[in-house]
Design a protein around this ligand. Structure first.
Ligand code: GUN
Length: 307
C-alpha cells in the first residue's frame, strides 16, 4: 500500500481564504482584528515560528505586533507586558511563544492572559471549557488536525485513535477533541510499555512525542491514518539518506539549504503501510498557523463585532 498524502498546506490555504473573507466582512464595519505575539529570548525555532505567524497575519489582513524581549526579562516585566495587552481594547489575541527561557514561570504567565484574548487556548479557563465540551479557543495544532481529518473525509466516530504524546499544547487537547467526536482514545507517552503494540491498534494515529522518526512501520496497522506533529531538522547527510533513501528532491533540498525538516514518523516506510499520512513539512505546521488566524478573527468578531 502507498498512502494518500494528506495535504495540510492545501487545507490550510482554504482555511486562510475563509479567514480572509471574514476579515473583509469586519473591514466593511471598520473593524480590524489584531494579534499580539510575545517572544522572549532568542530560540532560533521560535524566531522562525513567530515570523511566520506575523507574515500569515499580514497576508490575511490581520494587524499584528511582535514584542521581542531579551532572555533576561524578569517575570514581573513579562507580566507587566501581558497586563498592558490585556487592557488594550485594540488587541484581540495574545500569544506568548513557548517554551519560555528557564527561570520564567510559564503557568503564571499563561494564567495572566485575558481568557477572552487567549487565542492559543492555554489559559486554565479555556482548558476547562474544552474539557467540558464547550470550547471557546481550541489550541491551534489539534484544532488544525481536526479540520484536516474532517475536510479530508476521514471518519472519527467509533474509531480507535491513539495519540502519542501528552503535552498541554498538543497531546492532551488532541485526545479531548477526538473523544468529543466519539473516537475511542488512547494516550501514550515516553513511559508506555510496548508502544508499538498500542499504536498498532490505532485507526487514527497522531504522533506528537517530539522524537525523530519514533513511529516506524511496525507501529502502524495496515490502512491506518497517520498524522505527524513532529518537526525535526536533519543536518547530517547520512540521516537524510537513511530516512529518505532515493528521494532525490529531498536530497537536493538538503544540499541547497544544509538541512531538511522531518517529523516523528519514519515517513517513507510508514507510507507503505498507512492509508493516509501527513508529510513534514506541508502537513500539520501550516494548519496550526491557519487556526491561529481563525481563532484571532473569532475573537475580534466576539469582542468588536457584537457577534
Ligand atoms: N510552541 C510550540 N507550539 C506552540 C503553540 O501552538 N503556541 C505557542 N504559544 N507556543 C508554541
Amino acid at each position: 500500500m502507498t498512502a494518500r498524502i494528506l495535504d495540510g498546506a492545501a487545507v490550510a490555504r482554504t482555511i486562510r481564504e475563509e479567514v480572509a473573507a471574514r476579515v473583509s466582512e469586519l473591514a466593511v464595519r471598520g473593524i480590524r482584528p489584531r494579534l499580539d505575539v510575545v517572544l522572549v529570548g532568542d530560540d532560533p525555532a521560535s524566531q522562525v515560528y513567530v515570523r511566520s505567524k506575523a507574515r500569515a497575519c499580514e497576508r490575511a489582513g490581520i494587524a499584528s505586533e511582535t514584542h521581542r524581549l531579551p532572555a533576561e526579562t524578569s517575570q514581573a516585566e513579562l507580566e507587566a507586558l501581558i497586563d498592558r495587552l490585556d487592557a488594550d481594547p485594540e488587541v484581540d489575541g495574545i500569544l506568548v511563544q513557548l517554551p519560555l527561557p528557564p527561570g520564567l514561570d510559564t503557568h503564571r504567565v499563561l494564567d495572566r492572559i485575558d481568557p477572552e484574548k487567549d487565542v492559543d487556548g492555554f489559559h486554565p479557563e479555556n482548558v476547562g471549557l474544552l474539557v467540558q465540551g464547550r470550547p471557546r479557543f481550541v489550541p491551534c495544532t489539534p484544532a488544525g488536525i481536526m479540520e484536516l481529518l474532517d475536510r479530508e473525509g476521514i471518519a472519527i466516530e467509533g474509531r480507535h485513535a491513539v495519540v502519542v504524546g501528552r503535552s498541554d499544547i498538543v497531546g492532551k487537547p488532541m485526545a479531548l477533541l477526538l473523544l468529543h467526536r466519539h473516537a475511542t482514545v488512547t494516550v501514550c507517552h515516553s513511559r508506555t510499555a510496548d508502544l508499538a503494540a498500542v499504536t498498532r491498534r490505532a485507526d487514527i494515529l497522531v504522533a506528537a512525542a517530539g522524537r525523530l522518526a519514533l513511529v516506524g512501520p511496525d507501529h502502524v496497522k495496515p490502512g491506518a491514518v497517520v498524522v505527524d506533529v513532529g518537526i525535526h531538522r536533519l543536518t547530517e547527510r547520512q540521516d537524510v539518506e537513511r530516512l529518505f533513501p532515493g528521494d532525490a528532491a529531498r536530497r537536493a533540498r538538503f544540499e541547497e539549504k544544509g538541512s531538511v525538516l522531518t517529523g516523528d514518523v519514519d515517513f517513507v516506510r510508514v507510507a507503505e503501510v498507512a492509508s493516509a499520512i501527513t508529510p513534514v513539512p506541508g502537513g500539520v505546521g501550516p494548519l496550526t498557523i491557519a487556526m491561529l488566524l481563525a481563532n484571532t478573527v473569532a475573537s475580534a468578531e466576539r469582542r468588536k463585532g457584537g457577534a
